[in-house]
Design a binder for this molecule. Structure first.
Ligand code: MG
Length: 250
């Protein structure tokens, strides 16, 4: 049986969550308390500022998270489904594929939105940042997914590499809009399906999706082609004009 793991923001739901603004608020707090961070051309990302406070200023970590929660509460209240999201998750289920959510959002913010938007009953597992030790692109959340869907961490496998330890979820894909989803998936050897992603960002971070989707409602069709009927991944794709493998986007 296949497993389809979805990102949340800008994959299944649209929110006005502005991660750049969240990161800017976090940086402002950190710099007010600790002085300027080193300048660099690219902005500091949320996960980097969280990691920085965790390792360099543990007494600031709570305040940094409070900024995240405040932004998330506001955004989630205004969240709407991505077009095709219910078709994608419900269709995956009907195609015999198990479903999970893997989000960097907090659980108390995520669950009410999933209920309100009708996604909750379609998901077999919800993994939020409250469940993991590090945010995507760190693959720690996959530990929860692998445990839930029955990867057997026997003594031999536990000493093997990451991909081997997660063999129980070999027949899985990750669907997301961001390079952080692709990098996290690659870290555990799971194919990545890009939805609404910016190709330049993926390329810059070395992410090569197994497929590109521009219409989420076509995902069940792709999953059926990918997993076949026996749960074994095949690389076939009959995707029409809405999605394709590899090069560029339609
Ligand atoms: Mg996202």
């Amino acid at each position: 049986m296949g497993l389809c793991v979805f990102d949340l923001d800008h994959t299944l739901i649209r929110t006005p969550l502005d991660l750049a603004a969240m990161a800017a608020d976090m940086r402002r707090l950190i710099e007010r308390e600790r002085g300027p961070l080193p300048d660099r051309p690219e902005r500091y990302r949320v996960f980097e500022l969280v990691a920085w406070s965790k390792s360099q200023a543990p007494d600031l970590e709570r305040a940094v998270w409070a900024i995240a929660l405040e932004h998330e509460w506001r955004a989630m209240g205004a969240a709407a489904l991505e077009p095709g999201a219910l078709d994608a998750v419900g269709g995956a289920r009907r195609a015999g594929v198990q479903t999970a959510l893997w989000t960097n959002n907090a659980r108390p913010v995520t669950l009410p939105a999933l209920e309100r938007l009708g996604l909750a009953p379609l998901l077999d597992l919800v993994v939020t940042r409250d469940d993991m030790t590090a945010l995507k692109p760190d693959p720690d959340g996959w530990r929860i997914i692998a445990e839930h869907f029955g990867a057997r961490l026997d003594a031999r496998a536990a000493s093997a590499d990451t991909a081997t330890r997660f063999a129980g979820t070999r027949d899985a894909v990750v669907v997301g809009d961001s390079w952080v989803d692709g990098v996290a998936a690659a870290a555990v050897g799971v194919p990545f399906v890009a939805y609404g992603a910016r190709e330049a960002d993926l390329t810059r971070h070395g992410v090569t999706p197994v497929a590109w989707l521009s219409d989420l409602a076509r995902l069940p069709e792709w999953l059926t082609a990918h997993f076949g009927f026996q749960g074994s991944p095949r690389r076939s794709n009959r995707l029409g004009s809405h999605c394709h493998d590899g090069h560029g986007r339609t």
